[in-house]
Ligand binder design. Sequence first.
Ligand code: BDP
Length: 690
Amino acid sequence: MRQGRHRRGITGWAVRFCAAVLPLLLLLLGPVARASDGYSLWLGEPAPTPAANRIEAPAGSSSPTIALAMAELRRSLPRVPMPVRLVLADDPALGDEGFGLRIARSGKGQTLLITARRDIGLLYGAFALVRHVRTGGDPGELALTSRPAVPLRMLNHWDNIDGFVERGYAGRSLWDWWTLPDFVDPRYADYARANASVGINAVVLNNVNASAESLTAPYIAKTAALADVFRPYGIRVFLSARLSAPQELGGLPTADPRNPSVAAWWREKADEIYRSIPDFGGFLVKANSEGQPGPRDYGASHADGANMLAAALARHGGTVIWRAFVYADTDPTDRAKQAYAEFQPLDGRFADNVIVQVKNGPIDFQPREPAHPLFGAMPATRLAAEFQITKEYLGFATHLAYLGPLFAETLAAPTGHRPGQTVASTLSAIAGVANIGRDRDWTGSVFNQANWYVFARLAWDPSLAPEAVAREWIVQTFGAEPAVLAAVTPMMMQSREAVVDYTGPLGLAHLFATGHHYGPGPWVDDLARPEWNPVYYHRAGPSGIGFDRTATGSNAIAQYAPAIAARLARPETTPPELLLWFHHLPWDFPMPGGGTLWHELVRRYDRGVATVHAMRRRWASVRGRIDEPRWHKTDSFLAIQAREAAWWRDASLAYWMSLNHLPLPPGSAAPAHDLEWYRQQRFPHAPGNP
Ligand code: BDP
C-alpha cells in the first residue's frame, strides 16, 4: 500500500514536471513561427532578402498598376526556376479584369507568362501567381485562366466621419478624415494592396446611415485623396448618399426625387464630384429604412428615387446602388416579407445603371437565414447580394466564426426560378459590410482576417469551396505546417455552425439583446416597434415555438419560386436548419432522427458549446507552432467564446423552460443561473452600437 502511494507520488511529480517543462522545451526546439502582430494579413511578412527572380515588364507599356504588379512579384514571389514575363494581350477570353498564367516553352527554356488584356488583370495575375506558389503549387505546372464572376466586388464601410464605425469591432475608422487630404496615411495603400490581392474593386467609404456632410466640398477633396491612392490598385470609391442632402446642404424645401430642382441639385453634385474624382463609382443609398429619408416620404417609389440619382450619374459612368433592406413601422406584415413586397413589383423599372442591393437573407444578417426571395425574382433588374463580414450577430470580434460556409450557402442556394439558377448566377455585384478598423491587425482578430479574405475570394469565384479557401488562407497566414492545417481547418469549418447552435439553432433568429446585439435577449418584448423584439421572431409559448410563415401564417413562403415554396410548406420537407424560421411547432413535434423538437433544440445548444471546447483543444495543440502573439490572443478569445457560448445556451434554455416547463433531457446540464440573472445582464459599453 505504502509502495503504491509512493509510486503514485513519483508519477504525479513526473506529470507535473512534464506539464511545466515540456511546453517550454517544445517552444525552444519546435519550429516556432516568427512573431507577427497580424498587420501583414495573408500577404505574409516581407522576406529579409527577396528571391532573385527575373521579372520582365510588358513591352512598350507601363502604368502605375503594372509597376505595382512588378513590385509585388519582386517582393512576394518565392524563388521560381524560370523568368516571369508580364504580357498585355487582347484575348477576349480574359475579360476586362481576368488573367492567364501559363508556361511558354522555347529553345531558350521556359518562361512563366502572366497575360491580361488590361494592367489590372496583370496585377491580379501577379497576386494569383504569388498565392499559387506560396500555397505549395508547382510553378512549372501552371495553366489557368481566371476572370471574376461579377463585375463589382465591393466592401461597404459603415464608417462615420467622426471616426466611429457602426457595428465595427476593430477600433476606429481607418479613414482619418480630420487629417485628409493633406496627410495620406501609408496604411491606405496597404489596405488597397490587401484588397487588390483578392480582387476587391470597389469600396464605399461611409456609413449607409449617411451624413449629408460627406457630400460637401471639403469631404469630396478628402475622398479624392483616397481615390488617388486606390486607383492604381483597381479600386473605385463610392459614397453613401443621404437622400435629404438637397434640403440639408442645398436649402431646398423638399427632397422629393420627382421635383426638378432636387434632380438638378443632384446633377450638380455629381458634376462636382466627378471634377475631382473622374472614376468615382457612384452612390449607395439606404432609403426609407430605420428612419432614413427616402422617396416614400413623398409618396414616390424606390424606382423614382434610384432613377433620379442614376440620371445624375449616368453621363459620368456612375452607378446607383439602392438597398432593398427596407421595413417600415407602419407595415404590420411579417418583416421578412417587406423587401420583396416593395421591390419585386418594381422589376424592370430601374435604370440600367441602378443595382438593387439585397441582403443575403430576408431579415438581417442572422447567423443563418434562408436566401432572400428577391434573388431570381427580379430578372429585369441588376441585383447585388449584400453580406455582413463584420460579426454583428456572430459574437463581434471575439468569437471565432469563419463565414465562408455562410457566404457559400447563400451564393449556392437555388432560386427555383430557372433550372440550375443559383443566387450567385443572378448577381451583378457582391457587397460585404467591412470588418476593418484601425486595430493593428485590421479586423480585431487574426481569424476575422479570414472573413475579409473568403468574402473576396468567393466574390471573385463563388464556386470555390469554403474549406479550400480556409486552407489557402491558413497556409498564407500561419505557414504550411501539416499539424497547423490539420488543427485549424476543422476549427474554422465548424465555427459558424457552432455559433448557430449556441445562439439560435433550428432556424431561430434575432434573439439578441437590445441595441448592441451582444448576448442573448430572447425574452425582450418591450420595445416600441414589434419587429425590434425577439419575441416577435420566435413566437414561443407554452405550446410551441417558431414563426409560421406558411399559408396558415404570414405566407412568406409564397414569395419563393413554386418548387421551393412547396418544400417549405411542410415541416417534414423543410431543412431542419430552417425549421422554426418557417414553422410554428409544438415542443413535442417528432424530429426526423427520433426524439422531440425540444430535445433536438437542447441537443444543438449543447453541441454548440461542445464544439467551442473542441476548438480550444485544437488551438492548444498548435501552441509553439504559431507565433506567440497571435496564438495567445486567439487562445484568450476562445476562452471568452467558450464562456459566452455557455451563457447563450444557459440563458436561452432558462427562458424556453420558463415557457414550456419541460425538463432537460438526461445528461444535459441545468443552466448555471436562474432566468432573472440572465435578464439582468447589461453591457452599456459594448462596441459598435450607434
Ligand atoms: C442592422 C444594423 C444597423 C444597420 C442596418 C442596415 O444593426 O446598424 O444600419 O442593419 O443594414 O443589422 O442598414
